[in-house]
Structure formats: C-alpha cells, structure tokens
Design a protein around this ligand. Sequence first.
Ligand code: DI6
Ligand code: FE
Length: 408
Amino acid sequence: MTSNAHPAWDGLILGASLATLDAPQGYAEIHDAALAWKDGVLTFVGARADLPVAPQRLAREVVETGGWITPGLVDCHTHLVFAGDRAREFEVRLQGASYEDIARAGGGILSTVRATRAADEGELLRQALPRAHSLIADGVTTVEIKSGYGLDFDNERKMLRVARRLGQLGISVQTTYLAAHALPPEYAGRPDDYIDAVIEWLPRLHVEGLVDAVDAFCEGIGFTPGQTRRLFEAARALDLPVKLHADQLSDLGGGALAAAYDGLSADHVEHTSVESVKAMAERGTVAVLLPGAFHVLRETRLPPLDAFREHGVPMAVATDCNPGTSPLQSLRYAMQLACTHFRLTPEEALRGATVNAARALGLHDRGVLRVGARADFVQWNIHHPSELCYWLGGRLAHSVHAGGHRVT
Ligand code: DI6
Ligand code: FE
C-alpha cells in the first residue's frame, strides 16, 4: 500500500487484463490495465499507459496484480432464503418419481413451505448465510432473492426481511415477491381466492420497502395465465416491475405474457414459442436461462436459443438456487452448465451472468467495467475468460469487490 496526502481515488489495480464487456460483442479486453474507483464507483478503466500521472499519486491504495478482472457477477434468479433441504426428494426422483408427481402429492415446494414457516427470522438467516457466502466466493456481487416459501402475509414478509438482511454482507440484494409460487393448503381448491390475498398483501409489503419486483409460477402445477395477469395488473398499478417463471414444463404463452406487462424477464423458457420470443424482443424482456434446474430435473427440451439470438432477445444465466430443482450455489457453475447443456459460448455465458443479468433486474449501473458504473468487480486467477466456464468448481476468484469494498 502506498499512501498519499491527497489521493483522488480510493483504490487502483494495475497489471491485470480486463474483460470489460463494454461493447455489443466480444469481451472488450484491455491488457496491462489500470482499474480505479472512488466512493463505490469506477473512476478509471483503461490501459496503464493511459494513466495521467504516476500511479502512486493517484490512489490511496495501489495494487499490482496479474490474472483477469471481470464485472461482478449478477445472480438474477434465486430462491436463496428457505429452511431445510430436499435431499430425500432427490433420492425419490432418482428412483423415477417426477417433480410434478411429488408436487401433486403435497411434497415439493410445499414441504419447503412447512420448514420455512417453522423457522424464525434468525434461523432462516442462519440457514441462508452459507449459501450467500458460497455465491460471493465465486464472484457474485448482486443477487436477486425471491419469497415464495411463506405463502401467507407474515411468512412472505419474514422471507423478504431475511433477504434484505443479507445485504449486510456488502453485496446488493434485489427482492422479488413470489407469493404466487404454489397454492398453500389453507386455500386448497380456491386458487382465485389465494390470488386475491396475494394481491392484498402486495402493497402492504411494498410500503415496508420489501419488494423490488413481482414474480409468479405460471404453470400447470402453479397458476394460470389469467391468475398471473390479475397479479401483474396489481403490480404495474403500484409501478412495480414484473418477471415470470415461464414455460418451464409446458408452453402456456408465459414469454408473451411477461412481455405484455413490459416484464423485465421471462425465466426458464424451455417451452417458449417463437411467437413469445418475438413479443419478448419487442418489449426488451430478457430470457433468463436456468440450466441448474434443467440439469437436476434431467430435462431434454432446450430453450429456443437460436430464436433468442435471431430476434435479439438478451439471454441471462442464473443459478435458480432452490432446494427442489436447483440446489446450485455457484453462478460460475451455472455458466458452465449453460455452455455444456445449452451450447452458449463462454462469452455469452459471461454476458448472461453480468450485463444481461443486470438488465433482467432493471439495473443499468453495473454488469460492465466502465467509468461511472458501480465498482463491482472480480479478480480471477485465470489465463483467459473462457476458463470461467471450463472448470467445474474450484477456487478461481482471487478477490471480489462490491461497491468498491472487498467482500471476499
Ligand atoms: N420453478 C423452479 O425451478 C423453482 N420454483 C419454480 O417455480 C423450484 C422451487 C422448488 O421446487 O422448491
Ligand atoms: Fe425459480
């Protein structure tokens, strides 16, 4: 560390290669680079040779390093806050039971609802923390966290409060209200009444600052397009953006439905039709790919990747970290799965976990290395960015900065 009486910048890293992603295509590389930040925002992104004066006079802390620096990873779809696990259900599925069979028999999501309702706020936080740490250790600086295992006012509120508290780790947390995830037992046979209740709880949670977006599980074992629309009308009336668990197990026109409400994203999208793809392209709705769920459920139906590319629908990649279909605690591993299962290029996967993921959350201040963007970045011990999608597991992140502060 070098001190300086009047340093302009808080920190300056010299010598790494940057994958800035600050161009429509390619990694937008800068070699032997300089990266600086102040007050949580990037203040210099360029070649070391372009620094105005001697580096030691520019920043409070100057570090010389190698490797690569990318934008901080953005995990734009998780169910990170829940109690218990479903390892037994995993065993049963390996013996041939389907995810839908288990859900219809009262297991699946509802078994996590029972465990989550039984845990108090402190216990829920305690169980979520290791998963959050695991995401951060592999490069995540922004995470979206959904409710949806409470399914009543107090328990949905509890989940969203725990999600907010995870922001104390120094990363950004975006909360999504997913009370329309499954029908709770007390509303059995009355899904429309339940949607009325979900709509009634929404403004009450919103005034507490607990809701950044609204989501629903639109599926045969979830809610109908009509019920989803009613919820989306209520969300848009409050000026809240929507996103949707769309077309995961069947095509209910979820992609087009999300687009019709200017949805930030349609997620899963394995069964999405070309008509939906066109509607998403028109409204700028991001396709969020969740290869962890595809992998664990041993799905075979691929999302319409070529149609997304052809129509210019941005593709994001997320973990979907949840106890049932995607017990995945590394976004980099999700990127790997997106390459192996969906044949994304490593560059598409990195864009999908940074700039496109930020867009799927409506965040335009991150996901690229650019002067003025948030100082969220990861220093990796790698020789080329494609390595991020090559290794399955391993410890590649050397350091992770969020808002200019080191979080691991
Ligand atoms: N789709 C998913 O992949 C998760 N929720 C959803 O609607 C699974 C949630 C779970 O099984 O607990
Ligand atoms: Fe999900």
